[in-house]
Write a protein that binds this ligand. Structure first.
Ligand code: ZN
Length: 237
């Protein structure tokens, strides 16, 4: 095999490396993972908002319950005083009875408010339970997709290492200057620096060479480096 044919082998292996790198970068599972992570972010925000709303109601409920406890204690102590026999003034006793009645009305109000809050808290608690289940389901999906990515990456990496090993063998016989020019061209043309000449067509740009040029190339030594007159890539014939 001549140097130029060997260069075409290098070119094929370089293209395979490019394809593997492209496949690795563009695994559909990476998009799936990004979408799942976006969903996790949204879900966390919702949980934060619902938790904050619920906590506000819970604090309010606690405040009303504490106030109700104070009101009940006050009513009980006033009631004990009324029935304790130490107060004899009917006017004073009446004032105390009125105070007890007022405290009981306040207690009813507070208990209604507590019930109202409990009714608001209940659906939020249910919602948080559902959100927690969604979080766990999402975490399971993230773990699954992350595993799929790791498996795919490992497979691609193993294949890429194999291609690199083959390339190392292939370049060994290619002269330094030729390889260097090929690499410059490959960079310039975004992947293909050396192309096969199929009949009179360049496999790099798919344009046909002029009959004169084809004729000229035919007369050259097999090892002579030829470039496509259309695109400038090295032509392997
Ligand atoms: Zn060309």
């Amino acid at each position: 095999m001549g140097n130029l044919d060997q260069l075409l082998t290098v070119q094929d292996l370089d293209l395979r490396s490019d394809q593997l790198a492209h496949r690795r970068k563009n695994l559909p599972e990476r998009d799936t993972l990004a979408e799942l992570q976006r969903e996790q972010g949204e879900l966390a925000k919702t949980i934060e908002a619902v938790t904050a709303e619920r906590e506000t109601f819970v604090r309010e409920q606690k405040r009303y319950e504490d106030e109700a406890a104070t009101v009940i204690a006050k009513a009980e102590s006033t009631n004990a005083t009324v029935y304790g026999g130490t107060i004899t003034s009917p006017r004073e006793l009446q004032a105390m009875q009125d105070e007890i009645a007022a405290l009981q009305r306040r207690q009813t109000q507070l208990e209604d408010q507590v019930l109202d809050l409990m009714e608001r808290i209940e659906p939020l608690t249910t919602q948080l339970g559902e959100l927690d289940a969604s979080t766990q389901a999402l975490e399971a999906k993230v773990a699954e997709v992350t595993g799929q990515i790791a498996t795919a990456d490992a497979e691609i990496d193993a294949e890429a290492a194999e291609v690199v090993a083959q390339r190392d063998v292939a370049v060994a016989d290619v002269p330094e200057a030729l390889l260097s020019e090929y690499e410059t061209l490959r960079e310039r043309f975004g992947g293909i620096g050396a192309a096969k000449l199929n009949g009179n067509t360049c496999a790099g740009c798919f344009l046909s060479l002029s009959a004169i040029e084809v004729d000229r190339i035919k007369k050259l030594d097999a090892d002579a480096v030829v470039h496509c007159e259309e695109c400038g890539r090295m032509l392997i014939r």
